[in-house]
Write a protein that binds this ligand. Structure first.
Ligand SMILES: NC(=O)C1=CN([C@@H]2O[C@H](COP(=O)(O)OP(=O)(O)OC[C@H]3O[C@@H](n4cnc5c(N)ncnc54)[C@H](OP(=O)(O)O)[C@@H]3O)[C@@H](O)[C@H]2O)C=CC1
Ligand SMILES: O=C(CO)COP(=O)(O)O
Length: 326
């Protein structure tokens, strides 16, 4: 099993900054790459990141604006928004050493190409080794050192185990897996379903409706996952069901919070990344291409696209023909 000592995190947002802290706590040499030179300089001197307020950056965390410096690390964690992954990888790829593990930490599916995060990595850096980290984990909780567990998948089990060894600690517990596709489908779909759960809460449909919607949401996530080759144990694990439960029930979730605002007819929270907005249209295109019925995700995409009102979407879901559970 390889052993890794250095980690670079690309993307100095909330999640990238929290993950840099994780790697520092695990005892690695860590560099955090910010695409803005000004932000890198400011974070270096203030030891604060406005995208993750209240977190003191570790004294031994290096912050850089030099992509070539970041690329020298033995492990790369890439934590930009999903739709920015290609751009970030395109800048990084020419500097990477052969076979460097590049761990996708974003949750989404690329517009236009329908590519999952590790597929974007493979397309932009064919000599790198893609992996994925996903699960129920708010950046703020992770940064505060609260206990968190996630799934970390690579095609090669030995590599997945080595990445877990390099990043894991008593408060950040990654479970290794080789089911890359299962992990990335769960992370992408749960954001769309969290918007649906938020809408139900915002419309005051009650706790029973919230539980029903979350469960039926899981059912369609699992249907798509299985059609795309994911394994059941992954779909019911941390990166699937685990993250869905968290995001469909916690006000900390930006996707859930957006749904609540939509349900109330209030303006969406400003300046907050809600990946489900970008994932919804791609997710339903992907589902259609696989002949998979995803009524909840379809309703979210239609609401976000302005094709249907919230009340009409709710009515549509509630008047679907009765059927066997599954
Ligand atoms: N926040 C969370 O709790 C969690 C988030 N995630 C996932 O992580 C991903 C990022 O989310 P989050 O960190 O919260 O988002 P933020 O909005 O906090 O930050 C995104 C960061 O990405 C940077 N960025 C954008 N494009 C590039 C690029 N081409 N190269 C380098 N950096 C780039 C932005 O830079 P700039 O500041 O210059 O705009 C910004 O710092 C999402 O897919 C999200 O679903 C996963 C688990 C938990
Ligand atoms: O992915 C997350 C928790 O696992 C973060 O959720 P939000 O992006 O909805 O805030």
């Amino acid at each position: 099993m390889p052993s890794f000592n250095s980690v670079a995190v690309i993307g100095a947002g909330a999640w990238g900054t929290a993950l840099a802290g994780v790697a520092v706590r695990a005892g690695r040499d860590v560099v955090l790459y910010a695409r803005s030179a000004e932000s890198a300089t400011r974070m270096t001197s203030s030891r604060q990141n406005p995208r993750l307020p209240g977190t003191q950056l570790a004294a031994n965390l290096e912050i850089t604006n030099e992509i070539a410096q970041a690329a020298r690390a033995e492990i790369i964690l890439i934590a930009t928004p999903a739709q920015h992954l290609r751009e970030a990888m395109t800048a990084l790829a020419p500097h990477l050493k052969k076979a460097t593990p590049v761990v996708a930490c974003a949750k989404g599916i690329e517009h236009g190409t329908h590519k999952f995060m590790t597929e974007v990595i493979a397309a932009t850096a064919p000599d790198a080794t893609p992996a994925i980290l996903s699960g129920p984990s708010f950046a703020d909780d992770v940064a505060r050192g609260l206990p968190t567990a996630v799934t970390l998948a690579a095609q090669d089990e030995g590599l997945a185990r080595a990445l877990v060894q390099a990043l894991g600690s008593s408060t950040f517990r990654p479970y290794h897996s080789t089911d890359i596709r299962g992990v990335e489908i769960g992370g992408a779909a749960k954001n769309v379903l969290a918007i649906a759960a938020g809408i139900a809460v915002g419309r005051k449909l009650g706790a029973s409706a919230q539980a029903a919607l979350t469960t039926r949401g899981f059912s369609e996530l699992a249907r798509l996952g299985l059609a795309c080759g994911a394994r059941t144990e992954t779909l019911v694990g941390l990166s699937g069901l685990g993250d869905l439960i968290l995001s469909c029930s916690s006000l900390q979730s930006r996707n859930f919070a957006l749904g609540i605002a939509l349900g109330r007819g209030a303006p969406p929270p400003k300046g907050k990344l809600a990946e489900g907005v970008f994932t919804a249209p791609v997710l339903i295109e992907l589902a259609a291409s696989q002949n998979i019925d995803m009524p909840v995700s379809q309703a979210v995409a239609a609401i976000l696209g302005g094709a249907i009102t919230i009340d009409a979407a709710i009515e549509g879901l509630l008047t679907r023909p009765f059927k066997a559970e599954g």
